[in-house]
Each structure stands twice: as C-alpha cells, then as structure tokens.
Design a protein around this ligand. Structure first.
Ligand code: ADP
Ligand code: MG
Length: 354
C-alpha cells in the first residue's frame, strides 16, 4: 500500500539557492511525524509546500494517491497551526473558530454545533465571547488548534506551535496534542527544532540537515541507532570518539580509536576496513569502575563530578578525549583525579562515518 502523504523527489529553490534537494518522504495515515532539524534546514519550507503556500520547483507531492502540489491551500483540506497563533484580533474566540466553516459555506446551525464541539475539545467553552488578547498564550494556542481542527481536516500541519510557550505549559500541551492525535485519528506533520519535543510526541522523526533528511525512524531508533554523525550529535547528548575500522564481523565493527585503544561497536553502515569513523556512545551507557562485564573498556581519569538532582554527570578524560558519564546511583566512591576504567557494551555504540 502506498503512503498517505508522499513527497516524491521534491526540490525547492529560491533563485539559485536550493533549500530542499530532491527529497523523498512517506507519511502513513494516522501517523504523527515530526520534522526535526536546526534553524534553516528546510522544515518550514516542506510544511508550506504540503499546505500549499509554496510550490515545489521539482518533484511531486501526493495525498491519498492524488497530486496536490498545484492545488491552492483551501482545496487541500489541511488544518494548519503556526507558531504565532495568527488569530483574528477583532473577532471573538467563537468567531475565530467559526471562520473556516464560514469560508466553506456551512449552515448557521451546523456551524454552531461544530464550534461548540471544538470549544469543548480544547476546554475553553467559557471563553467563547472573549477576544484573543484576553487569553493567555497557551489558551490562544488551543484556540488556533481548535480552528485548525473544526472543519475535520484529514491532515493537520503544525509549525513550531508550542515555541512561544513556557516550559511547563509546553510540556502540558505536548501531552494534550498527543491525546488529540490518538483520539481523533489525525495524521499530523509537526515541525520542531526541539529534540525532546520530537522524541516525546512522534511516531517517527525525520531529521533534517541542510535541505535533506539524514534519517527517518522511530524516536527509539533515532536515539539508539543514529545512522550519521549529525543525527548522533543532534539528538540527545553523546560521546564521540574518532577512529578507524580494523574489521567487521556480523554487523559489529572492531575500531582502532585514535587515542590508541581498541573497541567494538555496532556498524550502522557498510564500513570498509580502514575507513575513518566516529563512535557514538551515550553518557548513560558508560559504566565507571574497574571490573564490569562489558566488552569495551578504556582507561580514564575522573575530572569532575556534577550533581544534577536525579543523576550525577561524571566528566572523564581518556588519553585526551573528554567523556561524560551519567550515573544514577551513589557516587561517593568516585574522587577527582582517580584513575579507573570506563566500560560499555558494543551494542550501546553506533559506528558512523566521519
Ligand atoms: P527552517 O524552518 O528549518 O528553519 P526554512 O524552511 O524556513 O527553514 O528555510 C530554509 C532555507 O530557505 C533557509 O536558508 C531560508 O533562508 C531559505 N528561505 C526560506 N524562505 C525563503 C524565501 N522566501 N526566499 C529566499 N530564501 C528563503
Ligand atoms: Mg521554520
């Protein structure tokens, strides 16, 4: 079965500058997919092409098997939520929500029923007569969401919709959006530059870098099986160690680290003997101490201990390479200057090209 939303070799140039470069992306019906990447990587451009506010300069966009890339926005029937809520300031909350229905020529009674349902969904029935300026940022965001959902679109597109909210409200809204996605069976394409937000909310994450997708996978796979150095560094915290491939066997590569040690790790690509690589290992995968059962062990010196509440970050030096370990249990037996080992399992490492 083909995907519900399909970007087929889509490019977008402004003058001579190519901001999206022959990009393929399939999104399934009912899926929550995040476009995650640094500022300027092309996320908004992708969303605007899907919404119909921008036209691709190459390739095709299909929804449900039909080409949409030359249809105007209103003919695509997609709900769109922007970072700035873009509510109409002179209209009441109820009028704001009714606007897309008015544009579609629904009857007064049908409009009233749907507006009431949408207000109820975002729990703002009591605010229906107020103006947007009389609501908090979080409430305005919920109204923008209600307006995007009121005409029961097949697809909802959101561009950093929680970016302007403070941390607590943002986390609350993340959970609300997840619930709405599930209960309404929506297909959501969600743009964010916040990796935690993408990990929390998504079925799959597409990691963008300079107009290309570096990896598209589940949050778990993106975190524990990054396929490129960019993905390993962009998602979560990691330790990177340079080296070269001494050999591979059954997907496990033996690595000569440039600091002289030899370790093994899971190879994500086909890696040739002698190729220059980077080994990525997460702070929580490192065990500090003399004797552990992990296959990889490196000599280290403890440089600093930083208490973080629920864990302690232990800064280590391994022949000049700085490493960080995350320790959840007690740390009173570690002292600064202590010479010890750090060990980790080959399965906890990702070996990617340099
Ligand atoms: P993101 O949303 O990931 O931050 P954008 O999609 O907004 O990235 O932008 C991608 C690139 O395209 C940027 O380098 C940006 O400067 C450029 N760009 C976006 N819109 C235009 C435009 N209308 N004219 C020229 N360049 C643009
Ligand atoms: Mg953007």
């Amino acid at each position: 079965m083909s995907a519900f939303i399909c970007f087929d070799a889509v490019s977008k140039s402004y003058g001579d500058v190519k901001v999206i470069d022959g990009l393929n992306l399939d999104i399934n019906r009912g899926e929550f997919v995040s476009l995650l990447g640094p500022s300027g990587s092309g996320k908004t451009t992708m969303l605007m092409m899907l919404a119909g506010f921008e036209t691709p300069t190459g390739g095709k966009i299909l929804v449900d098997g039909n080409r949409v890339d030359h249809l105007p926005p209103h003919a695509r029937n997609m709900g769109v939520v922007f970072q700035s809520y873009a509510l109409f300031p002179h209209m009441s909350i109820a009028e704001n929500i009714a606007f897309p229905l008015k544009m579609r020529g629904l009857s007064k009674s049908e409009m009233a029923t749907r507006v009431n349902k949408a207000l109820d969904m975002v729990q703002l029935t009591a605010a229906r007569a107020r103006k947007p300026s009389q609501l908090s940022g979080g409430q305005q965001q919920r109204i923008a969401l209600a307006r995007a959902l009121v005409f029961e679109p097949k697809v909802v597109l959101m561009d950093e919709p929680l970016g302007a909210l403070d941390k607590q409200l943002r986390e609350h809204m993340q959970l609300e959006l997840r619930e709405l996605h599930k209960s309404l069976g929506l297909t959501v394409v969600f743009v964010t530059h916040d990796q935690n937000e993408a990990i929390t909310m998504s079925d799959r994450i597409a990691v963008f870098n300079a107009g290309k997708i570096e990896q598209i996978d589940t949050p778990q796979a993106i975190y524990s099986r990054p396929k490129t150095k960019f993905v390993a560094q962009f998602i979560g915290e990691t330790n990177l160690m340079k080296g070269s491939v001494a050999g591979t066997d059954n997907g496990i590569a033996t690595i000569n680290l440039s600091n002289g040690s030899r370790v093994s790790g899971r190879a994500t690509d086909v890696l040739k003997q002698g190729s220059e690589i980077v080994l990525s290992v997460r702070p929580e995968a490192l065990t500090i101490g003399e004797s552990t059962s992990h296959a990889n062990s490196l000599p280290v010196v403890v440089e600093d201990l930083v208490f973080q509440g629920d864990h302690t970050r232990v800064h280590l030096d391994c022949h000049g390479t700085k490493l960080a370990a995350r320790v959840s249990g007690p740390t009173h037996f570690f002292v600064v200057g202590q010479v010890t080992n750090v060990s980790f399992s080959p399965d906890a490492c990702a070996v990617v090209s340099q």
